[in-house]
Write a protein that binds this ligand. Structure first.
Ligand code: NAD
Length: 250
């Protein structure tokens, strides 16, 4: 990955940061983008790597998206890879009780944010000979779950963005794929387990029992698949949905 560059949105979050570390170890130049300024600064100061850049940005705002793309172009010369990953889980509420703004809030980050990233990064990549993009969907993009309409909707929607972008991007030598994590041992799953109500340990055990490999994933295991998809090892793979779920959707 020497001389290669990558932008990672949600880069201060658990999956984003695990992926950033893999690319730094492999010699890439990495820009992590996030809303969380404190966490970005903390990661930069503890990492002490010249190859790590940070950018505070809200992926739902087009001006902010232009800002992170320009920063990457200025710092790295070109953008080789893009992990379009920032996302929020939203509330766990049945459709009949769900306020419209709670539905829209999740679409804004998980769908509008992903779309804006595609628009501006693909425009940059097309001028520099191409690149590779992974969008974070979820098993929630492949199946339903009661109470999770906003999240389920958003994670299905990004498959549509990926498929269209893969077809449009092929001529520009831009590959686009989605990654679909199952249950990851993470802040987000902790929040969803709490949202599902009842005893959290029982909820967690119920989810664990749905995984044939009988455990939650570690975020590094998602990062490994993202690294593969973004690398030249996956040079003939585009328009694909990559499940990393311990067999949950088998
Ligand atoms: N954790 C899981 O079990 C799991 C499973 C399947 C899919 N995913 C998906 O993986 C991705 C990363 O999740 P994670 O587990 O690392 O969660 P996380 O909450 O640790 O990280 C998400 C990051 O996105 C940032 N973010 C949120 N809104 C933003 C905005 N508007 N602009 C910029 N940054 C913003 C947050 O500050 C946070 O740092 C998400 O898209 C999530 O839906 C997670």
């Amino acid at each position: 990955m020497t001389n290669k560059s990558i932008i990672i949105t949600g880069g201060a979050g658990e999956i984003g940061w695990a992926t950033a570390q893999k690319f730094l170890e492999a010699g890439a130049k990495v820009l992590i983008v996030d809303l969380d300024e404190n966490k970005l600064k903390e990661l930069q100061s503890t990492t002490k790597s010249d190859s790590l850049e940070i950018c505070v940005a809200d992926v739902t705002k087009e001006e902010d998206v232009k800002k992170y793309v320009k920063l990457a172009e200025d710092k790295f010369g070109k953008i080789d890879m893009f992990f379009n990953n920032a996302g929020i889980e939203g509330v766990v509420t049945p459709i009949t009780e769900l306020p419209l703004e709670k539905f829209n809030q999740v679409q804004q980050v998980n769908v509008q944010g992903v779309f804006l990233g595609m628009k501006h990064v693909m425009n940059s990549m097309k001028n520099t000979g191409g690149g590779s993009i992974v969008i974070t969907s979820s098993v929630a993009g492949l199946q339903g779950m009661p109470g999770m309409t906003p999240y389920i909707t958003s994670k299905h929607a990004v498959i549509g963005i990926m498929r269209t972008a893969a077809l449009e991007g092929a001529k520009m030598k831009i590959r686009v794929n989605t990654v679909h994590p199952g249950v990851v041992d993470s802040r987000m799953m902790d929040s969803l387990e709490k949202g599902m109500g009842g005893d959290q340990e029982q909820v967690k055990e119920g989810l664990r029992q749905q995984v044939p490999l009988e455990r939650y994933a570690q975020e590094e295991e998602i990062a490994d698949t993202v690294f593969f998809l973004l690398s030249e090892q996956a040079r003939y793979t585009t328009g694909a949905t990559y499940v990393v779920d311990g067999g949950m959707t088998a």
